[in-house]
Design a binder for this molecule. Structure first.
Ligand code: NZQ
Ligand code: ZN
Length: 390
């Protein structure tokens, strides 16, 4: 296990109706000038918007609606103007990962005089400046943004989608599983795949004897595998929604990756798909993950871990590691496919190879895949994974 330091101060308020008794005090502990950030129509349709506004009655609320999935830098620019012009004390993000991600960067942009895209390109700049406190009410289980420092912001003008880290995790996160009852099937599936991918990216790691991380990840994987189909079939199942929500948070709040050594691979490859084609993050991960696992299994140095993954996650009892690897990949593919979304690139509108070279080049650079990948990938290797996904 590698050395590490770990601190995550996010105050988690988990459970049904927590906001009713606690939201107002949480917000006013930072001040009365609030930027309320949300996405499209879902919070209005579900009644959550009205509920929140009522709870904050009498405070100075400035609104920033319309944060799109794969949040765009223009929304962050708009938010920067609002937080500066209105002397905002605290940002309240109500939504999924996209709303929370955009809100974090807006919180940094409050203390930056230039274009916030600079902050996305260079997280170092964000680490040197302050960040407004952020409270969120999570409405979709997927990214873990509710308890980490990361954001992913897109710039459609340049076909770029980059991760950026700020100095702070959200100050307070309200995790009420009942607020995810209205998440449509496709988003429940995509969110569950995102959780699974976060776990896979941290599990396939070269750190030796890191049993704490591996064991926690296996337990979390079994939880997503079990509960995602239940939530899809029965959207109002509290246990399913609660397990998915807490698994999402635990999968990417930093804890399960402690002591790891290598970087992530599938995420940099997927971010290129979303950057060029604006597809749903989890759907892209679902297409790429089994194809990447196949490449992993071709390297015999991965077989011991692959066999452990097969046995402890999928319950595969195979005679040899080759069989175990193949069966684990098949189980993974079948589970993803059973969630009901598309399993090839053409099905999500990526019908030719026009951008594969540029996307592969950028994925390798952004993820430093020739050096940091669990198995090292060249530009050609990544292009081949895109081709195998077609
Ligand atoms: O915009 P509205 O109308 O709210 O609808 C949203 C959106 O269309 C809808 N939705 C959310 N909660 C709902 C709901 N619909 C009905 N009922 C509810 N309760 O779901 C759609 C997707 O929302 P979004 O926030 O985009 O989804 P998600 O949470 O999956 O976030 C995806 C973004 O997060 C980034 C992704 O790249 C992507 O841009 N990621 C962020 C990470 C992080 N900060 O740590 C890590 C991840 O790996 C990921 O890259
Ligand atoms: Zn993700």
């Amino acid at each position: 296990m590698e050395n590490f330091s770990f601190k995550n101060p996010t105050d988690i308020r988990f459970g049904k109706d927590k906001i009713d008794g606690e939201l107002r005090d949480a917000v006013t502990s930072f001040g009365e000038n609030v930027l309320l950030v949300y996405g499209g129509q879902s919070v209005k349709h579900s009644g959550l918007y009205e509920r929140v506004v009522k709870l904050l009655d009498g405070l100075n609320i400035v609104e920033l609606p319309g944060i799109a999935p794969n949040p765009k830098i223009d929304s962050v620019r708009e938010g920067q103007k609002l937080v500066k012009a209105n002397n905002i004390d605290v940002i309240l993000a109500v939504g999924g990962g996209s709303v929370i991600d955009a809100s974090k960067v807006i919180g940094s942009a409050r203390y930056y005089e230039g274009d916030p895209w600079d902050l996305v390109l260079d997280s170092g700049k964000r680490m040197k400046i302050d960040q407004l406190p952020l409270i969120d009410i999570l409405t979709l289980s997927a990214t873990g943004s509710e308890m980490n420092r990361g954001s992913v912001i897109s710039n459609p003008q340049t076909n770029q989608k980059f991760g950026t880290g700020g100095p702070n995790t959200p100050s307070i996160s309200f995790l009420d599983p009942t607020l995810t009852y209205t998440v449509p099937t496709r988003q429940t599936a995509a969110g569950s795949m995102d959780i699974m991918s976060h776990l896979i990216e941290q599990y396939f790691d070269r750190s030796e004897n890191n049993d704490v991380s591996k064991g926690m990840i296996e337990g979390l994987m079994r939880s997503v595998i079990k509960w995602a189909p239940v939530a899809i079939k029965d959207p109002d199942n509290y246990d399913a929604r609660a397990n998915l929500m807490w698994t999402a948070t635990m999968a990417l709040n930093g804890i399960v990756g402690l002591g790891d050594v290598n970087g992530w691979t599938v995420h940099p490859m997927e971010h290129e798909l979303s950057a060029y084609y604006d597809i749903t993050h989890g759907v892209g991960l679902g297409i790429l993950t089994p194809r990447w696992l196949k490449v992993v299994a071709q390297d015999s140095s991965t077989h011991e871990l692959m066999a452990r993954f097969a046995k402890n996650v999928w319950g595969v009892d195979a005679d040899n590691v080759d069989d175990a690897a193949n069966q684990a990949i098949k189980e993974t593919y079948d589970w993803i496919s059973s969630l009901g979304f598309e399993m090839t690139l053409p099905e999500v509108g990526i019908k030719d190879e026009t951008n594969f070279d540029a996307m592969a080049q950028s994925a390798v650079e952004t993820g430093n895949l020739t050096e940091d990948g669990y198995i090292k990938l060249s530009v050609n290797d990544v292009k081949k994974i895109y081709q195998d996904s077609s």
